[in-house]
Design a protein. Structure first.
Lengths: 275, 195
């Protein structure tokens, strides 16, 4: 039987309201086109028509956790957009090296690839002992993956291509211990990271950072939510701290365009200005 | 083959034109970009399969040869008429509403990101019958399923004649699914764009 491949706008709204009421997660300002595709994907994977999906969300223990894992997009790569890491290395690292200690927030870190890419970059720049990376996500299962820091060798091979193109001079595999078909990030890099749950929609400031990297998360947020999260980032940044967004994302809000200076237009790197 | 009145009327009513292609499609899409007048009065979205990380000359080549303004889609871009939008590599291009695009980095579809299926399905959802879609040459079956959604929603759907396509798999897959209402040679497709 062919699984359901359509869902109405009304049904999406119903589902959002149900989840908010039962579990306190607010997807109300998530981009709808993507959310629609994710919901249809879950219905197809689980072979659930809409009514049964709702029923399971209400009645089946543990189903929501699984739903949460599938509703968020957890596709990520190390050194995704190599030119971004090139820019980071040339334009931002020199700033960070002037600080005694820097804290970095990787917001929406999923299974940890971006956080570890930063850890590798910092390690190669000799800043490992002077920096600490906080990785956060709403998805506890993904955070467990991030804490493990184990990736298949097949993936590492494709990450190695990215790494090569970013112009870094080392070798990505030097930061991993390889056993059979899996590679584990070195302990010394893990020790400089902390992965924990944080919801950009509902949670607040938890530290002060010199750098916040939140790449390919805004694409899932409507403009109104992007603006709220920008406020959170602004308040979480130290004076002259940096904000990195995804290559195809941008600060659309006029007030925030005035509060951030563009450091690199193409790679979407900004610096907090004003007070 | 001469273009019938139905196809011309439906093309003229369209607010959005979506062009999808993979291997062997570049030439045809390039030719289409060259014939669009500055006041086409439609939005054009182009989805061509391409590799991530390789700086592509596509935008520059297209822009230099187009009378319409042209840009690569960025997150929540406003959908303007008389503008050609190119789907960026390593993202799916979604359509949030008649006013905004969206992007998504989720799993590749048919090993492709951007996927033609994804953009076609969004176009069907949002623009329904006010859309024309063309599927050109390509070596896999991306686009066929999306084209079927478009056809089901009343859009005008056209597959390039597989006998003429360098890689016939893609238009052929659409025809096999009964997703293509018309099968046309590339010259006829260009003629349609000029009406």
């Amino acid at each position: 039987m062919h699984a359901q491949s359509e869902i109405t706008t009304q049904q999406i709204a119903e589902l959002i309201a149900l989840i908010e009421k039962l579990y306190g997660f607010d997807f109300g300002n998530y981009s709808k086109a993507s959310l629609r595709r994710r919901i249809i994907r879950i219905m197809q994977l689980q072979k659930l028509p809409f009514y049964d999906l709702k029923h399971q969300l209400v009645n089946k223990t543990g189903f929501f956790q699984h739903f949460l894992e599938e509703i968020t997009v957890n596709v990520t790569e190390m050194f995704r957009d190599p030119t971004f890491y090139h820019a980071l290395n040339n334009q931002i690292i020199p700033y960070l090296s002037s600080y005694q200690h820097s804290k970095i927030w990787c917001a929406g870190c999923s299974s940890g690839e971006e956080a570890y890419s930063l850890a590798i970059l910092l390690n190669e720049a000799g800043l490992r002992k002077k920096t600490f990376i906080y990785g956060t996500d709403i998805n506890t299962e993904m955070l467990n993956e991030a804490r493990k820091g184990i990736y298949s060798l097949r993936k590492i091979k494709s990450y190695a291509e990215n790494y090569q193109m970013s112009g870094l001079s080392g070798s990505i595999i030097d930061h991993f211990t390889v056993l059979y078909d899996a590679a584990t990030i070195h302990n010394e890099l893990k020790q400089n990271t902390l992965f924990s749950v944080h919801n950009l929609v509902s949670d607040g400031v938890f530290n002060e950072f010199q750098l916040i990297s939140c790449r390919n998360v805004f694409i899932y947020f409507e403009n109104v939510l992007q603006e709220r999260v920008l406020e959170l980032f602004y308040n979480s940044l130290a004076p002259l701290g940096f904000l990195c967004l995804g290559t195809k994302e941008t600060i659309r809000s006029e007030p925030f365009r005035k509060r951030f200076k563009v450091i690199n237009q193409k790679e979407n790197i900004y610096q907090k200005i004003g007070s | 083959m001469a273009l019938d009145e139905n196809i011309i009327a439906r093309w003229q009513q369209s607010e959005l034109l979506v062009l999808g292609g993979s291997a062997g499609s570049f030439k045809h899409i390039f030719n289409a970009v060259r014939v669009f007048p500055v006041n086409l009065n439609k939005t054009v979205l182009i989805i061509i399969h391409r590799k991530k990380n390789f700086f592509s000359e596509i935008e520059n080549l297209f822009a230099e040869n187009s009378r319409m303004s042209l840009r690569e889609v960025t997150d929540k871009d406003i959908i303007h008429k008389n503008t050609i939008y190119i789907a960026p590599a390593n993202y799916h291009t979604l359509i949030e509403s008649k006013d905004n695009f969206g992007l998504d980095v989720s799993e590749a579809v048919w090993y492709s990101k951007p996927s033609i299926d994804v953009s076609f399905e969004c176009a069907a959802e949002v623009f329904k019958s006010k859309c024309t879609a063309v599927l050109f040459s390509g070596a896999n079956q991306d686009g066929a399923r999306g084209m079927l959604s478009l056809r089901t929603n009343g859009a005008l759907t056209i597959a390039q004649d597989p006998d003429e396509a360098e890689m016939p798999d893609m238009p052929r897959a659409a025809i096999k699914l009964n997703a293509a209402e018309y099968v046309l040679k590339s010259n006829d497709i260009l003629d349609l764009f000029k009406t």
